[in-house]
Design a protein around this ligand. Structure first.
Ligand code: 5RP
Length: 224
């Protein structure tokens, strides 16, 4: 199977995972990226039964609307029942690196609200230690150089993601050569740098369930 076929398989598995628990008033949080796009496309088969979604990016909101699926502002709903999103890396504790698509801040907000966070990824995303994938950090534009210097002090090599402006009007630094054996501590340390909006570590709020697409089928991992 290709990586795209594995992504489609986990997206369909995510729909099967939540479907028995969907109610008329369920609110779905929808992530961003190619795996999340497969989930949105699978969700289109249930259009008419899905009455409320919240999107983690303008791109996902647009794709949902193109399918005729209602999208709400997060402030207009009182809860998010399920949040379905991809990841750039996941470890066995279901701590993640996210933000390859520059949507990390809104993703983190929707994940924070969600009752259940279901992460969907192809099997190549599971690692023992996070950090081979460069860690995205969303930064207020005027703080870019300051934050970069602080990230160097933490041991990383930050690289400005040229030409990318987030949905929030900010910029992204990708931290290379930065293995992260203690994700909880590092998430807090980076968030404490003045000028950082958020970073792509999802350790304070890891996934609850990880659906991994493998050649042999979809594997389900639960938080330890
Ligand atoms: C976007 C993300 C994505 O979930 C992550 O980059 C994975 O993307 P893909 O599903 O395309 O592999 O965090 O900000």
């Amino acid at each position: 199977m290709t990586q795209d076929e594995l992504k489609r398989a986990v997206a369909e598995a995510a729909l099967a995972h939540i479907r028995p628990r969907l109610e008329d008033d369920s609110v779905l949080g929808i992530g961003t990226g190619s795996t999340a796009n497969y989930f949105i496309d699978a969700l289109a088969d249930l259009r008419g039964q899905i009455n409320a979604t919240v999107a983690s990016s303008e791109a996902s909101a647009q794709r949902l609307k193109q399918h005729g699926i209602p999208v709400f502002d997060l402030n207009a709903v009182d809860r998010v029942d399920f949040y379905i999103d991809g990841a750039d890396e996941a470890n066995p504790y279901l701590q993640l690196i996210k933000g390859g698509g520059a949507a990390l801040t809104r993703e983190k907000i929707v994940a924070a609200v969600a009752r259940e966070f279901i992460c969907i990824a192809d099997g190549s995303k599971l690692v023992d230690t996070l950090g081979a994938f460069p860690l995205p950090v969303e930064v207020i534009p005027m703080a870019r150089s300051h934050v970069a210097r602080e990230l160097v002090k933490l041991g990383g090599d930050p690289v400005y993601r040229e030409g990318v402006v987030t949905d929030n009007g900010n910029v992204i630094l990708d931290v290379h050569n930065f293995m992260i054996p203690a994700p909880l501590e590092m998430e807090k340390r980076i968030n404490n740098i003045t000028g950082v909006v958020t970073n792509g570590l999802f350790a304070l709020r890891p996934a609850d369930v990880l659906l991994l697409g493998r050649e042999s089928g979809v594997e389900t991992l639960h938080a330890r």
